[in-house]
Design a protein around this ligand. Structure first.
Ligand SMILES: [Zn+2]
Length: 317
């Protein structure tokens, strides 16, 4: 059986007080049966609950590059079915390739993790299948919701901007027939271009629980709502919610990241994130498409920057 030593992914230091359940999670992951029919990218995952119960799961693909589950969703669902919501997951481990890489859940999986895992005590481990150095990162490090306020000048023009007005309009026009009292508050989004064009995006829920989120909707509007080639020069993303600061889903942040990486690559600004302004109509906070998705699951990191840029380039030719 392979053996692992553990390092802290944030400090790169060796961890001396190793929890024996970490290796149990990795060993469980080795038994999972991923079906990455299209990507051939196996996400073999194991997890341990607060009470020490071990579950396993993996990614299962379907339709047009869609999934039934990612590995993280699979272990969360397995633990919920077997042990219930009062025994949440504290360890998620992936077994994969060599190299001391930090594990990187996608945005959607982060939404699942923050809903159901014991986030304050969670660790996410990325381990080589054959044994060796496994990288451990506290679960909280993957989430960011405290942002710097925009400076006075930025705040002044943002509050008067068409982009903010459009984002607030998108909040109002959300298709939200199925929202429950426990649902997070709706927000609206807008993509603003240097030439003044604005593409708003509103939430579109559905009764089958497969919503389109606001930033994703704005990206669709940007792609298909104009043939103006000048819109390629994107200035910013604005997210707004009247009354309270928008709590942007990590799935939507993932869409924003992929959009930004593609469009910035086409604008010869590879690696430079797009600014993101978060506003409630009075206050304005500023972040960017990298900062608000720590240890991001990035197309660029996967070597796919050219491919995603190509997916946008055809819009402007
Ligand atoms: Zn995922």
């Amino acid at each position: 059986m392979p053996k692992w030593n553990f390092i802290n992914g944030l400090t790169k230091e060796a961890i001396r007080s190793v929890n024996p359940l970490w290796a149990s999670a990795i060993k469980a992951s080795l038994k999972s049966k991923a079906t990455p029919l299209q990507s051939n990218y196996h996400v073999n995952t194991g997890a341990v609950t607060r009470n020490g119960k071990i579950v396993l799961g993996s990614n299962h693909e379907m339709a047009i590059t869609d999934t039934i589950t990612h590995g993280e969703e699979a272990v969360i669902a397995a633990a919920l079915e077997k042990y219930g919501k009062d025994d949440p997951i504290q360890v998620i481990a992936f077994a994969g390739a060599e190299g001391e890489e930090i594990g990187s859940p996608c945005g959607n999986c982060r939404d699942a993790i923050r809903q159901y895992a014991d986030l304050d005590n969670l660790v996410i481990i990325n381990a080589p299948t054959a044994g060796g150095t496994a990288v451990v990162v506290p679960g909280n490090a993957y989430f960011k919701n405290d942002f710097a306020e925009a400076n006075a000048e930025e705040k002044a023009w943002l509050l008067e901007s068409d982009a903010l007005a459009q984002a607030l309009k998108a909040e109002k026009t959300a298709y939200d027939v199925y929202l429950a009292k426990s649902s997070p508050k709706i927000y609206g989004a807008a993509i603003a271009c240097d030439n003044g064009l604005v593409f708003r995006g509103s939430y579109r829920g559905d009764v089958a629980y497969h919503p389109e989120l606001p930033i994703s909707a704005a990206i669709g509007n940007f792609r298909d709502g104009s043939d103006d080639a000048c819109r390629k020069s994107v200035k910013m993303i604005v997210v707004a919610s009247a009354g309270s600061m928008p709590d942007v889903m990590y799935k939507d942040r993932q869409h924003a990241l992929e959009f930004a990486e593609a469009i910035q690559s086409l604008n010869n600004k590879s690696g430079i994130p797009l600014p993101v302004y978060l506003a409630n109509g009075r206050q304005v906070f500023k972040t960017d498409t990298n900062e608000w998705l720590p240890f991001r699951f990035s197309p660029k990191h996967l070597g796919l920057e050219k491919a995603i840029a190509g997916g946008y380039e055809k819009l402007f030719s």
